[in-house]
Design a binder for this molecule. Structure first.
Ligand code: NDP
Length: 274
């Protein structure tokens, strides 16, 4: 029987993960199936256990269950999942549940290998947002020793809490949006959910340095208000979160199968459909 995998969420029908993992399995010749599984909002753990009892080997976890997945796998979680306080990848081995979080590494791999083709070391980085996605990318970003990682959030106290939590790992500072005026950044990452509502975070003008990359975690929506703003402001490069989505999937695939698929053709195919 094929090894069984799934993405679990609510809602989940929109997920591109089945398409991505089917492409990885074809490419690497792995005998596996991958389905989308809708879990009731109050039935996450029961759905995972049922999947394990029916031969499930691993799962990706999407909204709103990443924190519950962390609780389910704890204490058997990776360092990066511990830093994020959330799990997006579960693996099942003879009843034992292990958890990892591949979102942050997926973002870094997309920026470093696919977009900049250079290291993040020495860059001035601005991260917008202080929710689950922002929390998951901070430690991987700090590991590359940027000159400064500024975290701006509408609710400043949440950015300040992240500054405190991660200060031991590098140069991280919380900021209100208005206090960004007069500063410039080489990389600006939108990890807010503003794009979902068609909104733009309240950014001042002239924050993009020459040659800056503007990156929106949101994907599949063309140029978001943030990317349109960055374009008007002269940012040299624009990217949405499609590459991150495929790279985090590849990292999960590696966690489960010990093989690294080629992400470039999968990213290109998804982008051609946007
Ligand atoms: P959360 O709900 O945890 O956090 C939302 C954040 O957005 C908060 O910091 C909130 O600020 C901020 N925010 C919301 N609306 C606005 C606005 N109008 N102006 C300024 N700030 C705003 O969401 P997540 O962190 O889980 O997700 C964020 C985004 O990342 C989503 O769009 C999601 O789709 C995307 N994502 C993409 C992935 C990929 O693979 N490409 C992976 C994971 C996430 P406040 O604290 O003040 O409320």
């Amino acid at each position: 029987m094929s090894a069984r995998y799934a993405v679990i969420g609510n809602p989940v029908a929109h997920s591109k993960s089945p398409e991505i993992h089917a492409a990885f399995a074809r490419q690497t010749g792995q005998d596996m199936s991958y389905e989308a599984m809708l879990a009731p909002l109050d039935g996450f753990a029961a759905a995972v256990k049922d999947f394990i009892n029916h031969g499930g080997r691993g799962m990706n976890v999407t909204l709103p269950f990443k924190e519950q997945a962390f609780q389910l796998a704890a204490p058997n979680v990776s360092v990066r999942a511990g830093a994020a306080g959330a799990v997006n990848t579960l693996s099942f081995d003879e009843g034992a549940i292990a958890g990892d979080n591949t979102d942050g590494t997926g973002l870094i791999r997309d920026i470093q290998f696919n977009l900049l083709r250079a290291t993040l070391t020495g860059l001035r980085i601005l991260l917008l947002g202080a929710g689950g996605a922002a929390r998951g990318v901070i430690l991987p970003l700090l590991m590359f020793k940027p000159v400064l990682l500024t975290v701006a959030n509408r609710t400043l106290s949440k950015a300040q809490a992240l500054e405190q939590r991660f200060a031991q790992h590098g140069n991280i500072k919380a900021s209100a949006y208005a206090a960004l005026a007069g500063k410039q950044y080489d990389l600006v990452i939108n990890a807010t959910s503003a794009s979902v509502a068609g909104a733009l975070p309240p950014l001042p003008e002239n924050i993009f340095a020459a040659d800056a990359l503007a990156y929106d975690l949101m994907y599949g929506q063309g140029l978001t208000p943030f990317l349109q703003f960055a374009q008007r402001q002269g940012a040299a490069r624009l990217a949405d979160g499609t590459g991150m989505l495929v790279e985090q999937a590849a990292e999960s695939f590696y966690f489960w199968r010990g093989m690294r698929p080629d992400t470039a053709p999968v990213i290109a195919r998804l982008k051609s459909k946007e």
